[in-house]
Design a protein around this ligand. Sequence first.
Ligand SMILES: [Fe+2]
Ligand SMILES: [Fe+2]
Length: 201
Amino acid sequence: MLCTELERQSILSRLSGYRYTHTLGCEKAAIELARRFGGDVEKAAFAAILHDITKRLSKEEQLYLCEKYDIIPCDVEKIEWKMLHGKTAAAIALHEYGAPQDVVDAIACHTTGKAGMTLLDKIIYLADFIEETRDFDGVEPARALAKQDINEALLYCYDNSLFDLLRRGKLIHPDTMEARNELIRQGVPHTKCAEGSEAHT
Ligand SMILES: [Fe+2]
Ligand SMILES: [Fe+2]
């Protein structure tokens, strides 16, 4: 067993407000996706409850954790420092909760995606995007796609996030570009994203 109910409650007690509700939604969505696509349900649930464990931290606290756990922020992350919560949460999952490497990896890439994602990586990225408390223009199509094809859903989510980043004049992480390009090269069918969608955070 990766995590007892007591440990699960202890992890959840570190979260509050919307982040707590979002994490429970993400856990539920990750379990559903793992069942649907033949993933490891226990690992999906464990990664989901830890994925935003450092999200509330300040820039200084994020950078402190980076230094502590040898995470070197890239040029984009130095500016868009909130993106670092994926990598710092992964470090906490490993060092404080002894999470297995595939769970750690899935948490680390949940903010940006990356090329070569495993099924578990995809489940966590998608669960974070479509969980039941999410409410933005593109979420329903994403949920519908996630019932059919995980890669089509993922491509739709990347497009929505990129569209929103472009609209808001934000930097784009190279891992997101590589992740999207890989799916296009693999011939994953493209679904047009909704106008006015917002990137999830
Ligand atoms: Fe996150
Ligand atoms: Fe999240």
